[in-house]
Ligand binder design. Structure first.
Ligand code: NAD
Length: 494
């Protein structure tokens, strides 16, 4: 089985380490590659190569850096379907979902192409007589990115396209569960003409992460993953003097008002909770049905679930939902459903014990709905990260907003209603950074920031948009005065 090489200083090298971790095809439960568990030596080599490349890359005009992204965009479009198939194979999501994952990543490349405009500074003449002031955006140096498994293309591309066009060198640690897409896109970056050393990949797990956080040659770290790890990375990175943005887990509430369109809402709930098999930080996790909204919407949701085909995604005939990432994760999701039921939840659609004839060793759980959940039930507060929607009942919008605000995360929150006033109240009062009004997955596009709150984000500057540019640059403010003309400057004066 192929052991993946790291990319260091423009060369692909399999590190001399004993330990590897398998990359699985979750649709089949089969190992398809092995990831080397690199360590501090590989991180140090990548950072040294990046530091060597930095002065040249920093001097490269932003317009030329953007040209690399234009060329990369062309290469990504040309290979779009092959890349999407690769995402299906290493992750298990459907082809449609894989295309979405890649499209969202390419949108970050599109956004990065506007680097010459994004990097413009500010200036003002005559802040005092004869004195001018300029603020420039300057790259940080070498920066690192540490990624989760659930979006093999998009999440790494939240980070490196912007970091690179801002003039930084980048060291990526992909998720050890889905490293192949990042690997292929790095080859395309090389083809697009990125100089050696500007972008590196070091594969591995915790040892690589610790080495990145401790390395004095790294100025900033971007992290996306679960909350416990995000918090520890934020603390450790800050302790080592780095700028850190760390996006964590989520528990997204979907409030359904009695005046919501029943059909459109049932479809939106299905797509929010079960799209990407629920392995999305913006997945709807708890629906709060206000008044008789449960009776109006849940039957339609259960019908839609009954029609969903679950199965392998590494084939032409695509299902509606694929497998979970690992056997261990499938088992955990099954256990959480059982616990939710034991604490009083009514399982009205049961996805446990799912077997798929075409792929008996795949990691499948069918869409599950647990009704009549409350805060005494752990399922209301735990991130499941699988195809499970819990349902709470509330008497009023006030009660529903209080329920949404009681948990500790703050990524997404949605309301389904035909009342502008209810939507306005919800948007104003809900404690989450990304709000949907009749939109079940309100994940912002590339030129808006991805603004998680509370325990869904640690740091100040989010990924994407102009906040991303601010994260990957520091400001330099220069105040300029020129003294009076000298004796010899006769061509300036009459
Ligand atoms: P994870 O936290 O297990 O792993 C993320 C990365 O951290 C991986 O590269 C992994 O190798 C590394 N890692 C894992 N444990 C570590 C440790 N103890 N110390 C140092 N590094 C460690 O997350 P995952 O299971 O890959 O991804 C799913 C999680 O990511 C979910 O919680 C999901 O909500 C979250 N997520 C959040 C966002 C967001 O924008 N907020 C987006 C995508 C995913």
């Amino acid at each position: 089985m192929e052991t993946l090489p790291n990319l260091i200083g423009g060369r692909w090298v399999v590190p001399a380490v004993d330990a590897t971790s398998p990359v699985m095809n979750p649709s089949r439960g089969e190992a398809i590659a092995a990831v080397p568990m690199s360590g501090a030596a590989e991180v140090d080599a990548a950072v040294s190569a990046a530091r060597e490349a930095f002065p040249g890359w920093r001097e490269t005009p932003a317009s030329e850096r953007a040209q690399v992204m234009f060329r990369l965009k062309g290469l990504l479009e040309a290979e779009f379907e092959e890349l999407a198939k690769g995402i299906c194979r290493e992750h298990g999501k459907t082809r449609v979902e894989a295309r979405g994952d890649l499209r969202r990543g390419i949108e970050m490349v599109d956004f990065a192409c506007s680097a010459p405009t994004l990097l413009m500074g500010e200036c003002q003449e005559n802040i005092a007589r004869g004195i001018d002031c300029h603020t420039d955006r300057v790259p940080l140096g070498v920066v690192a990115g540490i990624c989760p498994f659930n979006f093999p293309a998009m999440v790494p591309m939240w980070m490196w396209p912007l970091a690179l066009v801002c003039g930084n060198c980048f060291v990526l640690k992909p998720s050890e569960k889905v490293p192949l897409t990042a690997q292929r896109i790095a080859e395309l970056l090389q083809q697009a003409g990125l100089p050696d050393g500007v972008f590196s990949i070091v594969h591995g797990g915790r040892e690589v992460v610790d080495a990145l956080l401790e390395h004095p040659g790294i100025e900033a770290v971007s992290f996306v993953g679960s909350t416990a790890v995000a918090e520890s990375i934020y603390r450790k990175g800050c302790h080592h003097g780095k700028r850190v943005q760390a996006a964590g887990g989520a528990k997204n509430f979907l409030v359904v008002m009695p005046d919501a369109d029943p059909d459109a809402t049932a479809t939106a709930l299905r797509d929010s909770a079960f799209g990407c098999a629920g392995e999305r930080c913006m997945a709807g996790s708890v629906a709060v049905a206000v008044g008789d909204a449960g009776e109006r919407v849940l039957p339609g949701l259960v019908d839609r679930i009954g029609a969903m085909r679950v199965g392998p995604t590494d084939v032409d005939e695509q299902p509606d939902m694929g497998a979970l990432i690992t056997a261990a994760h499938r088992d955990r999701v099954n256990e959480l459903i059982t616990l939710g039921e034991a604490k009083g939840g009514e399982v009205i659609a049961d996805g446990r014990a799912t077997s798929v004839e075409a792929a008996p060793d795949g990691f499948y759980v069918r869409p599950t709905v647990i009704d009549r959940v409350d805060y005494a039930n752990d399922i209301a507060t735990t991130e499941v990260f699988g195809p499970v929607l819990s349902v709470m009942r509330a008497k009023s919008l006030d009660e529903a907003i209080a329920a949404a605000n009681r948990q500790s995360f703050g990524n997404g929150a949605c309301i389904f209603t035909s009342s502008g006033k209810a939507a306005r109240e919800f948007r104003h009062r809900v404690s989450a950074g990304m709000v949907g009004v009749n939109v079940g997955v309100p994940a912002p596009v590339a030129y808006f920031p991805f603004t998680g709150w509370n325990r869904s984000f640690f740091g100040d500057l989010h990924m994407q948009g102009r906040e991303g540019v601010s994260f990957y640059t520091k400001r330099k403010t220069t105040t300029v005065r020129w003294f009076g003309f000298g004796e010899g400057d006769i061509w300036v004066k009459d």
